[in-house]
Structures are given as structure tokens and as C-alpha cells.
Design a protein around this ligand. Sequence first.
Ligand code: 5CA
Length: 439
Amino acid sequence: MRLSHGFIPTLKETPAEAQITSHRLMLRAGLVRQTSAGIYAWLPLGLRVLRNIERIVREEQDRSGAQEILMPTIQPAELWRESGRYDGYGKEMLRITDRHDRDMLYGPTNEEMVTDLFRQSIRSYRELPQILYHIQWKFRDEVRPRFGVMRGREFLMKDAYSFDLDHAGAVVSYRKMMLAYMRTFQRMGLKAIPMEADTGPIGGDLSHEFIILAPTGESQVYYDAAFEEIDYLANDAGGFSHDQPDDLARFFQMMTTHYAATDEKHDVARWDQLSADRKREGRGIEVGHIFYFGTKYTKAMGATVAGPDGKPVHPEMGSYGIGVSRLVGAVIEASHDDAGIIWPDSVAPFKAAILNLKTGDAACDALCERLYASLGGNALYDDRPDRAGAKFADADLMGHPWQLIVGPRGAAAGKVELKRRATGERVEVTPEEALGRIG
Ligand code: 5CA
């Protein structure tokens, strides 16, 4: 993309309405714009990040054996009357009436709809387990939408739903998702801690939230210092398999032996058994939440399969959410400096920015065009006739992992300056070397 014609409206001033860093930077770098309270339009730079996050989430869901579907955003109220949640959900649910006066709603989550799909199609225990997921927009009419995409009213969620014959099977599915989640967040450069959590309106008796530590987080959390020492990368390399219940049990054990709980689940008696030097408390961002709730929905909605003895059984369910749009904010909270965003390579909108420090100079233009052609769609070419200072500031603000800086002196000598955004390190190299390093 050429910046001169890109739809990337950066702001010099800090927008007054933004209270936290990620919200400020998302507005300043031109990632999103608010269209109504808690509802955002995604602009090219923001959308590319959202798509990258979505891709990682999808790859790890697929790897775990979950199957992707796509359910609609609009649901019939009837399904929610069957589960008994229609009245209880209250004002958070956006209720709609169609032209035939039928009650509809904009889905805040999909337990009912997926249970309905399941009961229409799956007949026998032999077809279990099933894990279905989709990545779809949700609407919750939050009392206090705030912090930009962190707590929106419309937001993108990955939600998965597991169906198993019995409790033991449901536990395996739950652990599979926990493993998939740890891999997902690790690939985004995030250190997420699974913490015991409340089940809220989803219901159930086993639940974990995945928390990124950040002072601006909305959740108060308590955890053992062991989580600062556990090296998830090494664990991953240790090779836990989604297909081996023993591996999953070991992984689950490792993730849950040490104390970690959200405020609602904080157990003071257990906490006090920890020595003072191991106690950590602070704020965190909830980027994912998983639930096991057994037969709550399959019973209420009459979903059964034929069991091994031919008798009908209500399958055991769990549901598993990831805040895909919230993650864009969470990654920025975890990775920025005073100058702007520092994108991890895996989610960056572009691998590199090409900074032409003197547009109109034949050597600069030619070298930039050559680099731009080699990098294909992976580069943002700053071809604006602006001064160098503005280009440096915008490139740092937008946070591309690499900057290729082309000035007249270097261009004449066949050299470019390659800057790594995360470290600030700059080296003068040939264009080929630079392209090689960017990869
Ligand atoms: N049905 C279950 C799991 S699929 C469910 O809805 N869980 S949830 O309510 O915890 O939401 C899942 C994830 O969506 C949360 O962990 C959070 O990361 C994200 N999320 C929830 N509400 C919002 C919101 N208002 N804005 C942005 N992200 C949100």
C-alpha cells in the first residue's frame, strides 16, 4: 500500500475521549473510528491486524480438531425461551422485532443456536465428540462501553462449543481448548494466565479466564509468582498433543496447580497458604473465557443422542470464547512505547514500512520502488512528499516491525538503513541484505 493514497488517518493530537494507551494509539494510528458508542469501523490498518489475529485463532482451533461453521448474528427469541435465558439476559440483549412481529435478537453468544443445530443433526454417541466454532460479531448492550474495542457493544468473538457423551469426555474437550488457547496467545506474543473464574450468565461449574497482565485491565487478579517463571514456549516445544488425553491431563495439571484466580473466585484460605514472596496481585485483561456446564442446555432444549445401550442421553457441553477484537487492544497494551505501537511480527498489519526520505530524487524513488515491488503486499510505502521527521514519527506510531529508510546519500551508494522497531537497532545494509532479514 502506498501511504499517499492509503486510508490511514493518523492523528497528531491525543484524542480526549481515549482513557487508555491502546485506545489512544488505535485512534492515533488510524486503526479504527467510533461510529456510535462502543461500535467501531475498522480501517485498513486495523482490519489487517484483526484478520491476522483471526487467522491465528482459526489455525489453532483447526489444529485442536474443532470444526469451523458460521452462525448468523440475528437469532429467533424462541430458542432463548427454550433455554430459559430470554428474560434473564435483561437489557444487555439487543431485541429486535421483524415485520411479522416475531421477536428476534442480535446474538450476544450462541449456546442456544448451536444446541439447536446439534439436535437437528447428530443422532448417535458414535458421532461424538463434536467441537464446533465460529468467528462472528456479537452485540451486548454494555452499560459502560469503554476503552475502545476492549469493551465494545459490537465485538468480534471466536466461540466454540463442545458436545461429549459423558463428563470424562467433556473434560478432555475442555483441556483441548485450554491447550489451543495457550498456543493461540503465545503466537501473538502474549503471556496469558489461565485463572479460575466465575461462570456468570453462561452458567456451569468449571471455568477459566485467560488473563493478560496489564495495569489498565478491568479484572482484579491474584496469582502465584510461579506464573512469571513458567516458560510457555518451552512447554509448547515439549509437545503436548490434542489427541492424547494423558498429554492433555499433564498440560492441564501444569496450568492449574499454581494459584491463579479472578476477584470473583478469590479463595482467601488458599491464598494465605502461599508465602508472602510468592503472592502477586494486580490488574488484567480477559482475552478468553472457557466454561464447562454439562447438560444445562441439552436438557433444557431436549437435545439427545442414542447412547451405547440405545437409550437417549443428553450430551455434556462446554463453551469457549476468545475476544478477537479485544485482542487488538490487548496486544497494544502489552507492546508499545512512548512513540507508538510495537507490533509482534505475527499480527503486524505490514511487515515493513519503506520510508522515502526524499521523494522526487531519482535514486531514492528507484530504490524504494524496487523494495516495494520485492515486498509485494507486505510493505507500506511512505511515498508522501512530507519531511523526514513526520515519516519517522508515523512509522514508529504505526509500529511496523521493520523500517526501511531510504535517503539520498544511501541510495547513491546502494544502501538502505534497516531499523527494528522493537529494539530501535539500525544498520546500514544493501537492499538485498535488508530484504533477507525481513524475510
Ligand atoms: N459463550 C461464552 C463462551 S463462547 C461467552 O460468551 N463467554 S464470554 O462472555 O466470556 O465472552 C468471551 C470473550 O469475549 C471474553 O473473554 C472477552 O475476551 C470477549 N468479550 C466479552 N465481552 C466483550 C465486549 N463487550 N467487548 C469486547 N470483547 C468482549
